[in-house]
Design a protein around this ligand. Structure first.
Ligand SMILES: NC(=O)c1ccc[n+]([C@@H]2O[C@H](COP(=O)([O-])OP(=O)(O)OC[C@H]3O[C@@H](n4cnc5c(N)ncnc54)[C@H](O)[C@@H]3O)[C@@H](O)[C@H]2O)c1
Length: 271
């Protein structure tokens, strides 16, 4: 099997894209450490993997907390004693109610007149706490798990780190300045670490998915979703399995000459 004998850590694997990646990796032979902020979500995915005959361990932790991440690594490394793949996937999108309402108003205006007069009011009203929490989960979380993974991977002189960015980090997403900035930061981090650790046999790449129908987008009104689909040449949102297929490519040896790259399965939303 493609990932036989390999150990993978997937953060935020209790839902959506992370769950699909964890299930796919386990299906092709990896032992998967399933991280999530919420214990019950991690446990449910572990149960799903085990029911299908795979091997998995729940390692619930808030990845924005560096000390907690170190404890998580110690826990699963004590049991499994190796780490080959890390997918930094944990994420959240915080949209304030007035921004969602303004997005909806803009979508209606665009449909009716082709122009927009309602301001989104996302950036000038963004609370500092939300800005920090977004960076904490996405940027600090990616840094914490990468830092601890490298301690193991540099000794083995091998490993693949896959950071989940977003089209928001490539082209900007109006209404989500914090999220867009955090995703762009993850891309810069990916490139810097790829240059640093390449000589030691470790590859670091990013995936910048387009819109994928997961609970992350639950708050988006139907009109905003329709607008996204209309701007996507392939005329639909992506599936979690499609993103998992990209992650599997970056985890397995067929991508051995790729590092520091950003892969964007996005249906043509960004070209
Ligand atoms: N859905 C999309 O359209 C889309 C597009 C591009 C990028 N992404 C990115 O893909 C990743 C996965 O998103 P998703 O769409 O599957 O969302 P999701 O909400 O379905 O899953 C995210 C998971 O991350 C967990 N999580 C949140 N904060 C955490 C923390 N501090 N520590 C550990 N786990 C935490 C949540 O509990 C949740 O289970 C995110 O990084 C997201 O930004 C999503």
């Amino acid at each position: 099997m493609l990932l036989e004998d390999q150990v993978a850590l997937v953060t935020g694997a209790g839902s959506g894209i992370g769950r699909a990646i964890a299930l796919r990796f386990a299906e092709v032979g990896a032992r998967v450490a399933v991280n999530d902020l919420l214990d019950e979500r991690a446990d449910a995915v572990v149960a799903e993997i085990q029911a299908a005959g795979g091997q998995a361990m729940a390692v619930p932790t808030d990845v924005s907390d560096g000390r907690a991440v170190l404890k998580m690594f110690t826990r699963f490394l004590t049991l499994w004693d190796r780490l080959d793949i890390v997918v930094n996937n944990a994420g959240a999108l915080f949209l304030e109610p007035h921004v969602i309402a303004n997005m909806e108003a803009q979508a209606a205006e665009r449909a009716a007149t082709g122009t927009v007069s309602t301001p989104l009011e996302a950036t000038r009203t963004l609370e500092e706490g939300i800005w920090r929490r977004t960076f904490g989960i996405h940027v600090d979380g990616t840094f914490h798990c990468t830092r601890d993974a490298l301690k193991v991977m540099e000794v083995c002189r091998s490993g693949s780190i896959i950071n989940i960015a977003s089209v928001a980090g490539l082209s900007g997403l109006a209404g989500a300045p914090d999220y867009s900035a955090a995703k762009a930061a993850i891309i810069g981090f990916t490139k810097a670490v790829a240059r640093e650790v390449g000589p030691f046999g470790i590859r670091v790449n990013a995936i910048a998915p387009g819109f994928v129908d997961t609970p992350l987008l639950d708050e988006l009104p139907a009109s905003v979703r329709a607008g996204i689909v209309a701007q996507t040449p392939l005329g639909r949102m992506g599936t979690t399995e499609e993103i998992a297929a990209t992650a599997l490519f970056l985890a397995d040896p067929s991508s051995a000459f790729y590092t520091g790259q950003v892969f964007s399965p996005n249906g043509g939303y960004v070209v």
